[in-house]
Design a protein around this ligand. Structure first.
Ligand code: TXA
Ligand code: MG
Length: 329
């Protein structure tokens, strides 16, 4: 069932479902989430079951504002505070020490918790309705609303494609950012960027006032993060990344058989495939459409998706990351 997220009655209905321990899919500015009350380990168990996700993989908890983070976080290190001030509400998740009495299931049993304040009016209205008081204190556990390992949904219809009519979907339109939030771990003494998003490392460093590390630069083993598995966000078809010249050569070699291949490229290529989408020159625009393009290709039944390697610039880090993971699938 799809609920119009602009209607107050839909928000109220979604809040009722959550209060009863049920699941609701909801829009954020990045991708759609599959939500349950983070304060109820039982409700959160429903998310793991629906997604087919191992229960030791921690979920992100969405909060209405920075003040509400204190319900879940045992402490807010100064670097995390600076990041909240700079980017919340927005596409940034912070890993913080968890208060031991709350959010155990959402955290996958870890002693840390991922928190994010989403910048989407429907998500915000839902969080306020669930909190029901002032100040608004509530946590909505919400991984991306896709089955484990699949491409994240950026429309309500995508969510329905994943879960059918087994759960209500709050429709907030197509998401504006299109790929998942950047994740910064603030529990290791120095900030570590666990997953790139559309905020660049340089933007995050500017707000932190210090260097942000990549996981491979910090050798100690971190907690499990499914978004950081090599193969993730994978469509059904096999994805291959190539530079424009190699892509053209490969299409030429196939000749008429290239009609069975889907192509997503910035370069103007010679091919007769009807499954040809031009990749925008702009990284933000590419991120916005990326997962829908991959889903469209899957829906068309192609077996191969050939993608032109995105440019080197840091604004492409998030897109490049998702494409490399899709290609590893
Ligand atoms: O944009 C987003 O972040 C979307 C929307 C719905 O908010 N959510 C999302 O959630 O992408 P999910 O669960 O699909 O990805 C969350 C990532 C996973 O890789 C998870 O392992 C990691 O965050 N994560 C969550 N809590 C963590 C923790 N305590 N320590 C380390 N990683 C954590
Ligand atoms: Mg996910």
């Amino acid at each position: 069932m799809i609920l119009d997220g602009r209607q107050d009655s839909s928000i109220a209905e979604a809040a009722r479902v959550l209060a009863a321990g049920g699941l609701i899919a909801f829009p954020t500015e990045t991708v759609y989430g599959l939500g349950a009350d983070a304060g109820s380990d039982r409700a959160v168990a429903g998310i793991f079951a629906a997604k087919g996700r191992p229960s030791d993989h921690p979920l992100i908890v969405h909060v209405p504002d920075a003040a509400a983070a204190g319900r879940f976080a045992a402490g807010i290190p100064p670097v995390a505070q600076r990041l909240m001030d700079a980017f919340w509400p927005g596409p940034l998740t912070l890993i913080l020490p968890r208060r031991p009495d709350v959010g155990r299931a959402a955290a996958g049993g870890q002693d840390t918790i991922g928190l994010r304040c989403p910048a989407h009016p429907v998500a915000h209205a839902l969080l306020l309705a669930c909190a029901g008081g002032t100040p608004p204190v509530y946590g909505l556990a919400g991984p991306s609303a896709n089955r484990f390992g699949r491409v994240s949904p950026t429309t309500a219809a995508h969510v329905q494609g994943e879960f059918g009519d087994t759960l209500p979907v709050l429709d907030g339109g197509p998401t504006a950012v299109g790929i998942e939030s950047a994740i910064v771990d603030c529990t290791r003494g120095v900030p570590v960027l666990l997953r790139p998003g559309m905020l660049t490392r340089a933007q995050i460093e500017a707000a932190c006032g210090e260097r942000v590390w990549l996981p491979e630069e910090r050798s100690e083993a971190g907690p499990r993060a499914s978004g950081t598995l090599a193969s993730h966000y994978a469509p059904e078809a096999r994805v291959r990344l190539m530079d424009g010249r190699s892509l053209q050569t490969a299409l030429d070699v196939l000749g008429p058989d290239s009609v069975a291949v889907a192509v997503y490229a910035r370069s103007a290529l010679r091919t007769r495939t009807p499954h040809y989408r031009r990749m925008p020159d702009d990284a933000a625009e590419t991120a916005r459409q990326l997962f829908a393009v991959l889903r469209d290709f899957d829906a068309a039944g192609v077996k191969l998706i050939w993608v032109e390697t995105p440019p080197e610039g840091p604004e492409w880090d998030g897109v490049r990351d998702r494409l490399h993971r899709a290609a590893a699938g």
